[in-house]
Design a protein around this ligand. Structure first.
Ligand code: UDP
Ligand code: MG
Length: 306
C-alpha cells in the first residue's frame, strides 16, 4: 500500500478539484492507496468538504490539528499516521501534478528509496520565482548539495526513509533536505510546475523566508562561520591601519611627515556606527541559532491532534 499525505489549510476551494484528480489517478494505479489528509487548523469549510468527498475512497485518514501548526508540522503529522510501504507528500493546491505519481512509483519499484519530483520550470509570480531560484542556488552551495536543486516537498519516500525520519525529533524540520540527507538510492522525476489554481498561496512571503531560514540553519553552520570570517576581514585592515598610525606618530616626533594630518572624527564615526551595526547583525545570527536551540530543548510536540 502507498500512503499519500496531503496537508490542507483553508483550502475549501481546492477540495473538489483535488479529490477529482486523486480519484482518477487512483483508478490508474495498481497499488492500493491510503489517503492521509491533514487539516492544519482550517477555519473555513475544508473539513466538512473533505468528509463529504472522502467516502468514495476505500482507505483514508483525516487528521484534524488543534490549530494551524504550519506546513512542515502538518506533513509530519501525516507522516506519523501513514502506514504505507511508501509515503508520498503532495500539496493540496495541485501546483504539483499527481499524474506523475505512477512514474515515481515505477522508479521506487526499480529500487530507489527516495524519488524526488524536480521542477523543470515553474509558473509563479516573478518575485516568488526569483526568491526560489536564489534560495536553491544558495542552499545548494552552503550545504554541499544535500538536496536536489529545484525540488520541493513533492516526493515519494520508501518506508525505510520514513522510519528514519519518524525517529528524528527536530522541531524546525525541513523535509526536502532532511529526507535526502538520510541517504539510500535516490532518483528524480522532472515536471513543469504550474501556478496555484484556486486561492492565495498559504505560505506567505514571511513564512517562506522563515522556512528557508529553517532549512539553512538546520543544515549549515555557514552563517556562524561567516561571523568569524567577517571579524577577520574587518580586523586585519584595522590592525594594518593602527600600525601605520603608530609609525606615523613616531616619524612625526622625529620631524618627518609633518604635513600629514591624521583626521580623527570621520574615521571614528564610521568605525563606531559601522562596527556597531555589524556586531548587532552578528548577534542576531547567533540569536537565531540560539532561539532554535531553545525551541528544540523545550521539547514541545510539533503538532497537536484534535
Ligand atoms: N499548508 C498547511 N499549513 C500551512 C501552510 C500551508 O497545511 O500553514 C498547506 C497548504 O494548504 C498546501 C500546502 O501546504 O496544501 C502548500 O502550501 P502553499 O501552496 O501555500 O505553498 P507554496 O506553494 O507556496 O510552497
Ligand atoms: Mg502552492
Amino acid at each position: 500500500m502507498i500512503s499519500m499525505v496531503i496537508p490542507l489549510w483553508n483550502e475549501e476551494d481546492m477540495v473538489d478539484p483535488l479529490m477529482a484528480r486523486l480519484w482518477s489517478l487512483s483508478s490508474k494505479l495498481e497499488s492500493d492507496i491510503e489517503l492521509v489528509l491533514v487539516n492544519d487548523g482550517s477555519v473555513d469549510n475544508t473539513h466538512e468538504k473533505l468528509l463529504a468527498s472522502l467516502n468514495k475512497f476505500s482507505c483514508w485518514k483525516l487528521i484534524k490539528l488543534s490549530r494551524n501548526f504550519g506546513q512542515q508540522a502538518a506533513y509530519r503529522a501525516g507522516l506519523d499516521a501513514a502506514t504505507g510501504d511508501a509515503v508520498i507528500f503532495l500539496d493540496a493546491d495541485l501546483q504539483d501534478p499527481p499524474e506523475i505519481i505512477p512514474d515515481m512509483i515505477r522508479q521506487w519499484r526499480e529500487g530507489a528509496k527516495l524519488v524526488t519530483a524536480c521542477r523543470k520550470s515553474r509558473a509563479e509570480p516573478p518575485g516568488r520565482k526569483l526568491f526560489f531560484g536564489l534560495f536553491h542556488e544558495l542552499f545548494h552551495r552552503i550545504t554541499g548539495g544535500v538536496m536536489p536543486k529545484n525540488s520541493g516537498t513533492f516526493a515519494l519516500m520508501d518506508r525505510a526513509i520514513v522510519d528514519h525520519l519518524k525517529k528524528m525529533p527536530e522541531l524546525s524540520i525541513f523535509f526536502p533536505a532532511l529526507r535526502s540527507w538520510v541517504g539510500y538510492r535516490q532518483a528524480q522525476v522532472w515536471y513543469d510546475r504550474s501556478d496555484r489554481q484556486e486561492g492565495k498561496p498559504k505560505q506567505t512571503f514571511m513564512r517562506l523566508l522563515n522556512y528557508a531560514w529553517d532549512g539553512v540553519t538546520s543544515f549549515s553552520e555557514a552563517p556562524l562561520k561567516m561571523i568569524g570570517l567577517l571579524g577577520f576581514i574587518i580586523a586585519i585592515p584595522c590592525l594594518i591601519y593602527a600600525a601605520a598610525l603608530i609609525v606615523i606618530f613616531f616619524l612625526q616626533k622625529l620631524g618627518f611627515l609633518l604635513q600629514l594630518q591624521v583626521l580623527g572624527f570621520t574615521t571614528l564615526a564610521v568605525a563606531v556606527f559601522g562596527l556597531g551595526g555589524i556586531q548587532l547583525i552578528c548577534l542576531g545570527v547567533i540569536g537565531e541559532y540560539l532561539g532554535r536551540v531553545y525551541r528544540e530543548v523545550k521539547g514541545r510536540p510539533p503538532y497537536i491532534v484534535e
